[in-house]
Design a protein around this ligand. Structure first.
Ligand code: PLP
Length: 379
């Protein structure tokens, strides 16, 4: 039995009829761009997330790019982000005409902290992008405090973290729509509906959340070439609309998201129990107060590349997210990043390995992954 890193067909099989119905609704209407499906999705997601405003757009990358463009920065203005994240986080900063400044990460959570942000902060820092990597939120309270003290915008990259939350002690239970959900704690939240994300469409899609009416309004303009009224342009925007077909698919999937997230958490729990104590393996940790939604279940592994090969030989899919830190990417050479500069991020790139964790992964398949890892380390 092969165990893929992700199997989208299993999920589709369970909701095929609902999806067909929703898609034919759009096809029959022949309204493909924005419109009632997108508005419906925006409303339902705002409710689920507890966000004041939710604006659909063409991708998670654009969900970062549009608010960065709305910043209206000057060349040389800086945006701090982790060196250990998907490329889009940095690409969006660059494409908005701003300067990405890379910071290191916490070795336990792979996320930025107040300390790692402060280490690279300058007079020119206009915004910070904490990335809720793999599905666990960065420590937002301390990040907010720092940004508020210094007057910077906080843009949460929640592409991997839809449904994650962070509760302070004594604040009671986290739940959908309650305060503390990923994407609603900073000034802006960016979500992706890329098919491999926890809420994935049948193609590209994204969403911006914000509590600022003005920011929401600007994003709504930027996504349609900078004008609310056709052919009247107050600013130069772009084409970054969400398709009605994508919205219709996502509206079918959203009511299932909590159940899928719980299945991911159960699978994480099983790995935790079964892989505890295997020498050579460091398991991911969830900090108190956090709900981790496990877009990825990412371990640190001794002899990582060898383990990966070994698992591949047994038909087990894994992923390395991410093999190269952003400050060492060739396209950012002009920014002057040096090896050894951000040691925690660099070490993570050498050690991380993501294991199959998708909701439909069965116990038997998962135990195959566990047994294979145990046997590799002779445990
Ligand atoms: C997926 C992802 C993005 C980009 O989303 P797209 O929809 O693929 O453009 C941005 N940041 C992170 C951390 C991601 O995982």
């Amino acid at each position: 039995m092969n165990v893929p890193l992700l199997d989208l067909r299993a999920q589709y099989g369970a909701i095929r009829d609902e999806i067909s119905e929703a898609m034919s609704r759009v096809v029959e209407s022949q309204g493909f761009i924005l419109g009632p499906e997108v508005e419906g999705l925006e409303e339902e997601l705002a409710h689920y997330l507890g966000a004041e405003h939710a604006v659909g757009c063409a991708s998670g990358t654009d969900a970062l790019l549009l608010p960065l463009r709305a910043l209206d920065g000057e060349p040389g203005d800086e945006v701090v982000l982790p060196a250990f994240t998907f490329f889009a986080t940095a690409g969006a900063v660059w494409n908005a005409g701003l300067r990405p400044v890379f910071c290191d990460i916490d070795p336990v959570t792979f996320n930025v902290t107040r300390e790692t942000l402060e280490a690279v902060w300058t007079e020119r820092t206009r915004a910070v992008i904490p990335v809720h990597l793999f599905g666990q939120m960065a420590p937002m309270e301390e990040i907010r405090a720092l940004a508020d003290e210094r007057g910077a915008l906080v843009i949460e990259d929640a592409a991997q973290a839809i449904g994650a939350w962070q509760r302070k002690e004594g604040e009671g239970r986290g739940e959908p729509g309650a305060p503390g959900m990923a994407g609603t704690v900073g000034d802006v939240g960016a979500f992706s509906f890329f098919p491999t994300k926890n809420l994935g469409g049948f193609g590209d899609g994204g969403l911006v959340t914000t509590r600022s009416e003005a920011m929401a309004e600007t994003i709504r303009k930027l996504r349609v070439h900078g004008g609310r009224q056709m052919y009247h342009h107050e600013m130069v925007g772009t084409n970054s609309r969400l398709d009605a077909l994508q919205a219709a698919v996502l509206r079918v999937k959203l009511p299932h998201l909590e159940a899928w997230t719980m299945r991911r958490a159960e699978n994480a729990c099983r790995y935790h129990g079964e892989l505890a104590g295997v020498e050579g393996v460091t398991l991911p940790e969830t900090l108190p107060g956090n709900r981790h939604v496990f877009n990825q279940y990412t371990i640190r592994a001794a002899r990582r590349d060898e383990l990966r090969e070994f698992l591949a030989g047994k038909g087990i899919g894994t992923g390395v997210y991410y093999p190269v830190p952003l400050h060492l990417q060739p396209c950012f050479a002009s920014l002057g990043g040096r090896e050894g500069e951000l040691p925690v991020a660099e070490q993570a790139c050498r050690e991380v390995l993501s294991l199959p964790i998708y909701p439909e992964l069965g116990e038997e398949a998962q135990m195959r992954v566990v047994e294979a890892i145990r046997s590799f380390y002779g445990a």
